[in-house]
Design a protein around this ligand. Structure first.
Ligand code: FAD
Length: 454
C-alpha cells in the first residue's frame, strides 16, 4: 500500500493550526491536522473545577481585524462573548496600592503612576529625535521617547500582562510595531497619531475583550468541529523531509508510526518544535527559530468570597509593578468579566506568576506557590482567610519573547523557507503573541500557500 496523499498537513492544533487548516479547507484542500495533545486548542484549554470555569492558558481575546474576518466568514461571530463593560477598569499595583490605569489624557495628567516630572517629560515627545528602526528594546524606545517613568509605571506592568516579559529584553519593533512606525514616518508618536487619525483607516477588529460563555476551550472546539477530518490528536509530527515538490511527513502515535505525503505543510507549533522539525531541512533556519526564548508561566486559579477582600473585586483585574517585589505578576477578576465562571456568591481570580521576572517559580512545589499567592493577594486585595488554589497550571515555555532582532529574524527565516515548495510557518512567535495574532498567522500562512498555487 502506498503512502496516503493529502493536499496539506498542519502540524499543531492550537489556534494558529486550526485557523490555517480551516482556511485551506475552504480553499478546497483535504487537510490532515496532527497534534500530540488530548484536545484541540493548544494552550487554549478550559476545565471545570468545583463549579468554576478555569482557563489553563489564555483568558480573554482582543479580536483583531483578521480574526474578525475569519469569524464572520464562518458565522462564528456569535460564539464569542464580550466581557462585561466594567472590564474597562484596570489596575496596577504600585506604591502599595491598586491604582486605576489612566485611559484618557485627563486621567494621565492625574495618575499617581507617573511623577510630576514624568508627566512633564511626556510633553517633550514631539521634539525627541528619531531613533534607529530596529535593535532597540522596549525600555530603550519608550524611555527615549516618553521617559523612564512611563517604562516603570505603565509599560513594564503592561508587558508583564501580555508577554510575562521583561521590557529590557523585548524588542520595540516587534512589540510596539505601530508606535515605531509612527516614529519612523512622522518623527513623533503623538504627532503621527494625530495625523494618522485624519488619514485612511484600515480594517478594524472588535472593541473590548472576548471569550465564550464557557471559556476558550469551547472556542477551540468550535473551530475543530468545522474541520471535515477531525484533528489527529495524540500523535505528533516526528520528522519531515522533502520529496521532490512534496513533503513526506512522519507521524508518530502510541499505536505506531505512519507517513503522509503532502503537497503543503504548515508548521503551526511553537518555535522550538518547528526548529526541531526543520533541523534536517534547513539547519540555519532551525537554529534561528531555536534561539527564540519563551517565558514560563504558572497560572493559579483561586475561588474567593468577595467579603473576605478589603478591596472591592471589580473590573478586569490588576498587574503588578516590578519594584513592588511581589511573586504575583497579575490577577484577573474572571467572574467579574464573565459571571458564569464562578458559583453564586463567589469570585474566580486567575493569578499569574513566574514569567521572565521570576522564571524559577516554575519549579516550586504547589504548596509553596499557594503560600506565595495567598501572601500577595493579602497585600494587593487585603484578602483574608484561607486561599486554597482550585488549580495550578505550569507552562515551562508559555509565551515567546520577541527580542530586539525578532522582526529581522522572522523575516530572514521566512525568506529562506520561501525557496522550499509548500512550507509555511504559523504561530504566536511569528507576528504577535495574542490569540488573535496567532489565529491571524494561521490565516496568513494558509493564504500564502493558496496564493503560491495560483
Ligand atoms: C498561560 C497563558 C496565558 C495566556 N493569556 C493570553 C490571553 O489572556 N490573551 C491572549 O490573547 N493570549 C494569551 N496567551 C497567548 C496565546 O494563548 C497564544 O499565543 C496562542 O494561543 C498560541 O497559539 P498557537 O496555535 O500559536 O500555539 P499553541 O497553542 O502552543 O499550539 C501549538 C500546538 O502545536 C502542538 N505541537 C507541538 N509540537 C508538535 C509536533 N511535533 N507535531 C504536531 N503538533 C505539535 C502542540 O501540542 C500545540 O497544541 C496566553 C498564553 C499562555 C500560555
Amino acid at each position: 500500500m502506498g503512502v496516503p496523499r493529502v493536499d496539506a498537513v498542519v502540524a499543531g492544533a492550537g489556534v494558529a493550526g486550526l485557523a490555517a487548516a480551516l482556511e485551506l479547507q475552504d480553499a478546497g484542500c483535504e487537510v490532515a491536522v496532527v497534534d500530540p495533545s488530548d484536545r484541540p486548542g493548544g494552550v487554549m484549554r478550559t476545565d471545570h473545577v468545583s463549579g468554576y470555569v478555569i482557563e489553563r492558558g489564555p483568558n480573554t481575546v482582543q479580536v483583531g481585524p483578521t480574526m474578525l474576518g475569519f469569524l464572520r466568514r464562518r458565522g462564528l461571530e456569535e460564539v464569542v462573548l464580550r466581557a462585561r463593560p466594567a472590564s474597562r477598569l484596570r489596575y496596577i499595583f504600585r506604591g502599595g496600592a491598586l491604582v486605576q490605569v489612566p485611559m484618557s489624557p485627563v486621567a494621565l495628567a492625574r495618575t499617581p503612576l507617573l511623577r510630576a516630572r514624568g508627566k512633564l517629560r511626556l510633553l517633550l515627545e514631539p521634539f525627541v529625535r528619531r531613533g534607529p528602526p530596529e535593535g532597540e528594546s522596549v525600555a530603550e524606545f519608550v524611555g527615549r521617547r516618553l521617559g523612564r517613568d512611563v517604562v516603570s509605571g505603565l509599560v513594564g506592568p503592561f508587558l508583564t500582562g501580555v508577554y510575562a516579559g521583561d521590557e529590557d529584553q523585548l524588542g520595540a519593533r516587534a512589540v510596539f510595531k505601530k508606535l515605531v512606525e509612527l516614529e519612523q514616518r512622522y518623527g513623533s508618536i503623538a504627532g503621527g497619531a494625530l495625523l494618522g487619525a485624519f488619514g485612511a483607516r484600515g480594517p478594524r477588529g472588535l472593541r473590548g475583550s472576548y471569550s465564550t460563555e464557557q471559556g476558550l476551550g469551547v472556542f477551540a472546539r468550535s473551530l475543530a468541529d468545522r474541520l471535515a477530518e477531525p484533528p489527529g490528536l495524540g500523535s505528533r509530527v516526528a520528522r519531515i523531509a522533502r520529496d521532490g515538490a512534496r513533503w513526506r511527513v512522519e507521524v508518530s502515535a502510541p499505536s505506531g508510526e505512519r507517513s503522509l505525503d503532502a503537497a503543503r505543510l504548515v508548521l503551526a507549533t511553537p518555535a522550538f518544535a518547528a526548529a526541531e522539525l526543520l533541523r534536517g531541512v534547513d539547519a540555519d533556519a532551525a537554529s534561528a527559530l531555536e534561539e527564540i526564548v519563551y517565558a514560563p508561566i504558572v497560572g493559579i486559579a483561586v475561588g474567593v468570597d468577595p467579603a473576605d477582600a478589603a478591596t472591592p473585586i471589580e473590573g478586569f483585574g490588576f498587574l503588578t509593578a516590578r519594584d513592588e517585589g511581589l511573586a504575583l505578576l497579575g490577577c484577573l477578576f474572571m467572574s467579574r468579566l464573565f459571571p458564569s465562571r464562578a458559583p453564586q456568591g463567589r469570585e474566580l481570580l486567575q493569578c499569574m506568576l513566574a514569567g521572565m521576572r521570576h522564571p524559577d517559580l516554575i519549579d516550586e512545589p504547589d504548596d509553596a506557590l499557594a503560600k506565595r499567592v495567598a501572601a500577595d493577594l493579602e497585600r494587593t486585595l487585603g484578602l483574608r482567610g484561607e486561599v486554597a488554589p482550585l488549580a495550578i497550571t505550569r507552562w515551562p515555555r508559555a509565551v515567546p519573547q520577541p527580542g530586539r532582532d525578532h522582526v529581522g529574524r522572522i523575516g530572514w527565516v521566512r525568506e529562506r523557507l520561501r525557496d522550499l515548495p509548500g512550507l509555511v510557518l504559523a504561530g504566536s512567535y511569528v507576528d504577535g503573541v495574542g490569540v488573535s495574532d496567532a489565529l491571524a498567522s494561521g490565516v496568513v500562512a494558509a493564504q500564502e500557500l493558496v496564493a503560491r498555487d495560483a
